[in-house]
Design a protein around this ligand. Structure first.
Ligand SMILES: [Zn+2]
Length: 268
């Protein structure tokens, strides 16, 4: 099952906060690093040793600190306040949060990063942590600005891919988008400009995430990382998507979207 990471609304945040207050077994381990406070409640048998909770927690914080530095380098975001991260036992996460989304969530950000944990650090967990950091950083930079979901999720998907060395859409992802376009299943970015994708069903959510990632990857590939960074910061200043697109890309959303869609197609 593909799990999706996302940012959610304040209402979900409030409910999530209540759930966290109750705790899983009421026994969250707390550990801090330079930029993060980690609460960890995965049911790990031992404290020390190779498979112990201490090593797991240190590993999670290392992943987050690496992502923090890369995010600063690539997009110029460096949240000043420590970011809270809660790693839940997978069963507890599912019990507490699965009803909040229509698709299987791997983690979400709502003032705090909440992640469906595991007993070991693997690529999936790393990607979710990297993904959620982008939501946390955008929120820290502009707490009252509601980013269109295609941009918020697109940046998070793009960044988590870049963190693991993936710069572009895979052939498989390109084919999925092409097929969706041919079948008329792609929706406009204007439609994907809701505050989150939390309301979408599993198939629609998967496609919405991919389309958003594709759009941000298009911007980075065609215009460079520096412009993408400039655009993000300009948007935070202007709080006006159209104005920032025009200033940085000399274009508007629908023209950029048309160019992105035109580029989908066989690439040999
Ligand atoms: Zn997300």
């Amino acid at each position: 099952m593909v799990r999706i990471a996302l940012a959610v609304s304040a209402a979900v945040a409030a409910n999530a906060a209540n759930a966290a207050d109750r705790g899983a077994d009421g026994n969250f381990d707390r550990r801090t690093s330079a930029h993060f406070v980690l609460y960890q409640d995965v049911d790990i048998d031992a404290t020390g040793g190779f498979r112990g909770s201490r090593r797991f927690e240190q590993g999670v914080l290392e992943v987050l600190e690496d992502a923090y530095e890369f995010l600063d380098r690539i997009l110029g975001f460096r949240p000043k306040r420590k970011i809270e991260v809660i790693v839940y036992d997978p069963d507890i996460f599912d019990r507490e949060f699965s009803r909040r989304f229509r698709f299987a969530a791997a983690g979400f950000y709502a003032r705090v990063i909440r992640v469906r944990g595991d007993t070991q650090i693997h690529t999936g967990l790393v990607r979710v942590l990297n993904h959620e950091l982008v939501h946390a950083a955008l929120d820290a930079a502009a707490p009252s600005l509601i980013f269109p979901a295609w941009l918020n999720e697109g940046l998070a998907e793009w960044f988590e891919a870049r963190m693991v060395g993936k710069r572009h859409l895979s052939i498989h992802e390109l084919r999925l988008l092409e097929r969706a376009r041919e079948n008329g299943r792609l929706v406009s970015l204007a439609t994907l400009s809701t505050p989150s994708f939390g309301h979408l069903g599993p198939d629609a959510a998967r496609l919405a995430y991919l389309q958003s990632y594709g759009m941000v990857e298009f911007l980075a590939r065609r215009h460079g990382d520096r412009k993408l960074r400039e655009f993000c910061h300009d948007l935070i200043r202007s709080r006006n998507l159209g104005r920032s697109l025009s200033r940085v890309y000399r274009s508007d959303l629908s023209s950029l979207e048309t160019r992105f869609l035109e580029e989908l197609g066989p690439r040999d």
